[in-house]
Design a protein around this ligand. Structure first.
Ligand SMILES: Cc1cc2nc3c(=O)[nH]c(=O)nc-3n(C[C@H](O)[C@H](O)[C@H](O)COP(=O)(O)OP(=O)(O)OC[C@H]3O[C@@H](n4cnc5c(N)ncnc54)[C@H](O)[C@@H]3O)c2cc1C
Length: 475
C-alpha cells in the first residue's frame, strides 16, 4: 500500500511530495501530461514562498535561476514604495518563470525519493476507512492511505468528491502567449505603455531569446476555456486594443485565462484532501496563486506525514482546512477587489484614486503588501504572545541563523534559556539552545511550517503544547 498518492505534478503537488519525503512518507505523484508544459503562467515568487525555499535549503537554486526585483506595494495597478522595515530578511520579488519553478521543485522531489509518473491521469476514486483506491485512465487501480488532489482549477479529484466550488464564473477572459514580433522593441514598449494607461490587463514585453510575452483581453469568454486561442484571434484583439498587431508570428505557445473566482467548500473529505488551484481559483492579480498553492503544501505536508506516521494528535489533519481555507478566502477577496478597482467605470476609478491616496500612509501600504506577499498570516493556535500563530521570520542567532536549522522539516524549540527540554519529543522536535538579539521571548516552539505555537519559559506549559502539536511523548 502506497502512503500518499498525489494527483497532479504542478508546483503544489511537487512541493507537497518533497515535504512528505522529508518525513520518510512513501509518495507517488501522478501527472496526466506526458511532458512538462512550455506555458509560463506565474512569473515569480513572493516573500513568504522565498522564505519557505530558504527554510528548506532550496533558495540558492531559485536565486541562481531567477532575478531579484525591489519589492513595491502593488495593488490594483497602484504602485507605492515598500513600507519601512518589512518584517522579513527577504524583502524582494523573485522573478522566475513558472516552468523553472516547476522544474526545480520536481528535481527536489525526485532527489528526496518521490516517485513521479507522467502520462498518468486520475479518472476515478473511492475510499473507505482504511484507504483510497485511485482509478487511472489506463485502467490501473492504486491503493493508498491518502490521496491529495493537486490537479489544478478543473480538479478531477474535487469533482469526484462532489465538493462544492462556489463563486463566480469568468466574466472576462484574456489571451496569453509567447511569440516573435516584427515591430521594433521601441514601438512595442511605447504602444504598450500608452494602452496600459486605460487597460491594465494589456501587456507586451520581452521574455528573453527575442520572444515577447503578450497578454490582451479576449472578445468574450470562450465556451471551452481549455482550448488555446488561434494566433489570428490574438492578432485581432491586439488590433482592437493597440491599433496594430505588432507583426506577431511564430508563437511558442498560446493560452487563455479568466477571472473565475471560486473556492472549495471543504479541503478534506475523509482520506482525500485538496490543495493549490484544486482548492481555489481567482484572477492572477498580484501574482498569488502559485505562491498560495506552495504554502498550502507547506502547511499540509507535515500534518499528513504525522497522520501517516500514526502520531498525529486529534484534529491536526483537520487544522489544514481550518487554517488554509481562510487564507484562500482572503486571497479571493483581494483579487476580487483588485478586479473591481481596475474597471474604467467612474465609480471604481474614484475608489481607486482614494485608495491610492490612502496608500501614502505607511500602515495602509504595509497592510496591503503584507497580504500580497503572505507574511501577516496568523493561524488561530490560541491566545497569548503576539508571535503565536505567526510565522517567524529568519532571525540571526549567535551561531548561524534560524532558517538554516529548519531544512529537515522538523519541529524546533528555540531556547534562549538553556533550561528547557524536549525529552519525549526528540524524534520530532529539535532543541536548539542559542540566542538572538531579534527575539525578545525566552523560548519559542516552531512547527515544521515555521509558525510559532508556543512562547514562554515554563516547561510544563511547553510539554502540553508539544503533545498538542507533536503527539504523545515517545521513549
Ligand atoms: C496568466 C497567469 C499568470 C499567473 N501568474 C501568477 C504569478 O505571477 N504568481 C503566482 O503565484 N501565480 C500566478 N498564476 C497562478 C498559477 O499559475 C497557479 O496558481 C498555479 O499553477 C497553481 O499550481 P497547482 O500545482 O495548484 O496547479 P496546476 O499548476 O494547474 O497543476 C496541476 C497539475 O495537475 C495535472 N492534472 C490535472 N488533472 C489531472 C488528473 N486528472 N490526473 C493527473 N494529473 C492531473 C495538470 O496537468 C497539472 O500539471 C498565474 C496564472 C495565470 C493563468
Amino acid at each position: 500500500m502506497i502512503d500518499v498518492v498525489v494527483a497532479g505534478g504542478g508546483p503544489t503537488g511537487t512541493m507537497l511530495a518533497s515535504e512528505l519525503r522529508l518525513h520518510g512518507v512513501n509518495v507517488l505523484v501522478l501527472e496526466k501530461e506526458p511532458e512538462p508544459t512550455k506555458q509560463v503562467r506565474s512569473l515569480g515568487l513572493h516573500v513568504r514562498s522565498i522564505e519557505v525555499m530558504d527554510q528548506r535549503g532550496m533558495l540558492e537554486h531559485f536565486l541562481a535561476h531567477g532575478q531579484q526585483y525591489p519589492l513595491t506595494s502593488h495593488f490594483a495597478g497602484i504602485t507605492k514604495p515598500m513600507p519601512d522595515r518589512l518584517d522579513t530578511s527577504h524583502p524582494y520579488i523573485l522573478g522566475i518563470p513558472q516552468t523553472t519553478t516547476e522544474r526545480l521543485l520536481t528535481q527536489r522531489a525526485v532527489e528526496l525519493g518521490a516517485d513521479i509518473r507522467r502520462g498518468r491521469e486520475v479518472v476515478g476514486l473511492s475510499q473507505d476507512e482504511h484507504g483510497v483506491t485511485t482509478h487511472l485512465a489506463d485502467g490501473a487501480r492504486l491503493r493508498s492511505r491518502y490521496l491529495v488532489g493537486c490537479d489544478g482549477g478543473r480538479s478531477t479529484v474535487r469533482k469526484l468528491l462532489g465538493v462544492e466550488f462556489p463563486g463566480e464564473p469568468a466574466g472576462t477572459e484574456w489571451l496569453l502567449g509567447e511569440m516573435e514580433a516584427t515591430a521594433s522593441p521601441e514601438t512595442l514598449a511605447a504602444v504598450t505603455a500608452e494602452v496600459r494607461q486605460t487597460h491594465q490587463g494589456f501587456g507586451a514585453g520581452p521574455s528573453g531569446d527575442g520572444l515577447y510575452r503578450v497578454v490582451v483581453p479576449a472578445a468574450g469568454v470562450a465556451e471551452d476555456r481549455s482550448a488555446p486561442p488561434s494566433l489570428d484571434e490574438l492578432k485581432q484583439q491586439l488590433k482592437v486594443f493597440a491599433g496594430t498587431d505588432f507583426g506577431v508570428h511564430s508563437p511558442r505557445w498560446l493560452s487563455r485565462f479568466g477571472d473565475a473566482t471560486r473556492q472549495a467548500e471543504r479541503y478534506r473529505v475523509g482520506r482525500v484532501l485538496l490543495a493549490g488551484d484544486a482548492a481555489h481559483v481567482h484572477a492572477p492579480l498580484g501574482g498569488q496563486g502559485l505562491n498560495l498553492g506552495i504554502q498550502d503544501a507547506f502547511n499540509l505536508g507535515w500534518k499528513l506525514s504525522a497522520a501517516v506516521g500514526g502520531w498525529a494528535p486529534d484534529g491536526l489533519l483537520d487544522s489544514y482546512h481550518a487554517e488554509r481555507h481562510p487564507v484562500g478566502a482572503d486571497v479571493l477577496n483581494n483579487t476580487r477587489a483588485q478586479s473591481e478597482l481596475l474597471s474604467n467605470e467612474p465609480g471604481p476609478r474614484a475608489v481607486r484614486r482614494l485608495l491610492a491616496e490612502l496608500m501614502d500612509f505607511d500602515d495602509v501600504t504595509r497592510h496591503v503588501i503584507e497580504k500580497i506577499v503572505a507574511i501577516a498570516i496568523r493561524y488561530d493556535v490560541g491566545d497569548g504572545h503576539d508571535l503565536l500563530g505567526r510565522r517567524l521570520r529568519d532571525v540571526k542567532l549567535t551561531r548561524g541563523r534560524l532558517y538554516e536549522l529548519m531544512h529537515g522539516g522538523r519541529g524546533l524549540l528555540l531556547d534562549q534559556t538553556g533550561a528547557l527540554s524536549v525529552t519525549g519529543w526528540a524524534q520530532r522536535v529539535d532543541h536548539v539552545v542559542d540566542s538572538s538579539a531579534e527575539l525578545d521571548v525566552p523560548a519559542v516552539l516552531i512547527r515544521p511550517d515555521g509558525h510559532v505555537v508556543w512562547a514562554g519559559d515554563d516547561q510544563a506549559d511547553l510539554v502540553s503544547h508539544m503533545s498538542r502539536w507533536f503527539g504523545a511523548a515517545t521513549g
